[in-house]
Design a protein around this ligand. Structure first.
Ligand SMILES: [Zn+2]
Length: 226
């Protein structure tokens, strides 16, 4: 009402459908990482570039911080998000809640904020356009896999993890949470559970144990959140 951000999406509530899309994204991820992205030919010298190979070149070229950042944001965090989501959605589709359910969904929450595959895709396309004037550029399977991965990650990001929290609760009923009082209700920004505010300065969510806030932290610096 106030910031017009989406409170709840009723789509994608089927865990097995979520698992299928996450599995497809994971296959595209593996192809994108294993196959070369482009082939460059300059004066008869041919070289093929994979993402991991480019990171190694950065590492050996005395740019370890850049190499570590690229590895973290484009390889490690997307892998954590996809693997954790696949584990949770497959388990929920099979009718049981995984042991480390809270930890896995919290990992998805954190990894999603920092995964930058779409930024990498834009960078790759700009580089290819620039390189065409210097070398013969041949597009390799890794590039198409990255394009597919970017599209599939956009669908995966549309999954609301709060639906998974609710599906998990439905399988193992939680202890009764006091009904929220209208003026003091707090909504958890991690799992979406609404609980009554106690008036204490620091209060934990009874479901995922994240810190509860009356307003989203740093909401003034992040348009669309309140
Ligand atoms: Zn919570």
């Amino acid at each position: 009402m106030r910031c017009r951000s989406v409170l709840y999406r009723g789509i994608h509530s089927d865990a097995s459908r979520m698992a299928a899309i996450v599995l497809a994204a994971l296959i595209a991820y593996v192809i994108a990482q294993c196959y070369p992205i482009v082939e460059l030919e300059v004066n008869g010298n041919v070289s093929r570039a994979t993402l991991l190979g480019s990171i190694l070149v950065l590492w050996q070229g005395h740019m370890p911080l850049v190499a570590a950042a690229v590895f973290l944001f484009t390889i490690l965090l997307p892998a954590i998000e996809l693997l954790a989501l696949l584990h949770v959605t497959l388990a929920l589709a099979l009718g049981h809640k995984p042991k480390s359910f809270n930890l896995l969904l919290y990992a998805v929450y954190l990894a999603r904020r920092w995964g930058m595959t779409e930024v990498l895709m834009i960078g790759i396309l700009i580089t290819i356009v620039k390189m065409t004037s210097l070398a013969t550029v041949v597009l390799e399977p890794g590039l198409f896999a990255f394009a597919a991965l970017t599209l599939m990650l956009a669908i995966v990001v549309s999954f609301d993890p709060k639906i998974l929290w609710n599906l998990g609760d439905a399988l193992t009923p939680q202890p009764d949470v006091p009904p929220p009082v209208a003026q003091a209700a707090l909504s958890c920004h991690v799992c979406g559970l609404v609980s009554a505010g106690s008036g204490a300065q620091h209060q934990e969510c009874p479901r995922c144990h994240a810190q509860l806030h009356h307003r989203h932290p740093y909401s003034l610096g992040a348009p669309g959140r309140c």
